[in-house]
Design a protein around this ligand. Structure first.
Ligand SMILES: Cc1ncc(COP(=O)(O)O)c(C=O)c1O
Length: 369
């Protein structure tokens, strides 16, 4: 075991899935969105865990390379790539049974011109103006292409996490556009296949929206947008991960002695300092000491005084702390992840996206009692 690691509770993952399925009366399968290494939790391991789950109908990732990594890792579920894939790489999708997203009419034509039996979902741009086709006639023309296998259609809401009246109105406008597109295509005898529109914030904000599947990333891993902390906590959804390290050395410093790079901390009196084996290349973003953060050692909070090294940080402690004592950086029972994030004003996605892929992840199944 490394000195700093992320612990991932697979039981909590299953618990979150159940909580999502039970949140509303209308139950539909989940497309597990595991982009950015499953939000730091390990895309292959989480996908393997979900591979035989009957309520997970697909796994979605951002890039074809991620989808290929899942296949190399033995994942059997259908895999959907959510963003643009270069046509010259599309043969890899066919060889590995990966579903691509059609992001524009030109993209559809270029993919179709390959004359391959490519499985695709079509993205409808209903207002985000990122990927997708907005115009209904253009959409119809795409469905007339001969080689693509159209298996699904979806859109993405721009402001689902906002509770402002104007943003809510915009979401309903997007939904209306999507519904109109489906009705129009069906009137042209198109079988649109699986429909899906909702990510985590949209699911919890608009439980009345009913499509064939929901696309969930954050909620599976137990994290929420700040506007939905309470809703998701009430639903029993919690982070599946916790951050850990240990005390690697105890130092005593005298009053006015300095500590850390650029002598970033000066002791006010004689102090005991624990060096903990975790820095900004692992789980502790840089310079958190400026924000009055703390960690938990032997059940007690101790303040960070400097964390400007790659694999070490400094914590002011007392005589009860010893080398090898476990250090909790965040763990729902004693120091919630959101509180930890507040120490350095980072959002969930910003933090998890940049977690070092080489950081050790330890998978376990904790008692949910
Ligand atoms: C198109 C699309 N759908 C679904 C998701 C999942 O979102 P969330 O993690 O909020 O559930 C994402 C994530 O960025 C996305 O880009």
């Amino acid at each position: 075991m490394d000195n700093a690691y992320l612990q991932i509770d697979l039981n909590q993952l299953h618990h979150n899935i159940e909580a999502i399925l039970n949140y509303r009366e209308y139950r539909c399968p989940i497309i597990a969105v595991l982009k950015t290494n499953a939000y730091g939790c390990g895309m292959v391991e989480i996908s393997r865990e979900l591979d035989s789950h009957r309520d997970i109908c697909m796994i979605a990732v951002s890039h074809l390379s991620e989808a290929l990594t899942l296949r190399q890792g033995g994942v059997k579920k259908p895999v959907l790539v959510l963003t643009y894939t270069k046509p010259e790489l599309a043969y890899l999708a066919v060889e590995n049974d990966i579903v691509l997203t059609v992001v524009s009419s030109a993209h559809a034509q270029a993919l179709d011109a390959l004359c391959l039996p490519l499985r695709v979902h079509v993205k409808v741009d209903t207002g985000l103006h990122r990927y997708g086709i907005e115009n209904l006639e253009e959409l119809r023309d795409v469905y007339q292409l001969q080689h693509l296998r159209f298996e699904g259609i979806f859109t993405h809401f721009a402001s689902a996490e906002s509770y402002d009246a104007s943003e809510i109105a915009f979401t309903y406008q997007q939904k209306e556009h999507f519904d109109q597109a489906i009705a129009y295509l069906e009137s042209q005898w198109v079988d649109v296949g699986m429909t899906h529109t909702q990510n985590t914030p949209s699911f919890f904000h608009y439980p009345e929206f009913e499509y064939d599947a929901v696309r969930m990333g954050m909620a599976l891993l137990g994290v929420a947008h700040p506007s939905q902390y309470d809703i998701m906590a009430k639903a029993g959804i919690k982070p599946i991960f916790s951050g850990h390290t240990l005390v690697s050395k105890i130092e005593t410093v005298k009053a006015h002695e300095s500590v850390g790079y650029l002598r970033s901390y000066t002791a006010q009196s004689d102090e005991i300092i624990a060096i903990i084996a975790c820095g900004y290349s692992e789980l502790l973003p840089r310079n958190m000491y400026q924000k009055e953060g703390f960690c938990i050692i032997n059940g007690k909070p101790y303040p960070y005084i400097a964390n400007d090294a790659m694999s070490a940080s400094f914590v002011r402690v007392d005589h009860s702390v010893h080398v090898n004592d476990p250090v909790i950086l965040f763990d729902e029972t004693v120091l919630p992840f959101y509180q930890f994030l507040s120490f350095f004003s980072l959002g969930t996605n910003e933090y998890t996206t940049y977690l070092n892929p080489d950081l050790e992840r330890i998978y376990c199944r904790l008692d949910q009692g």
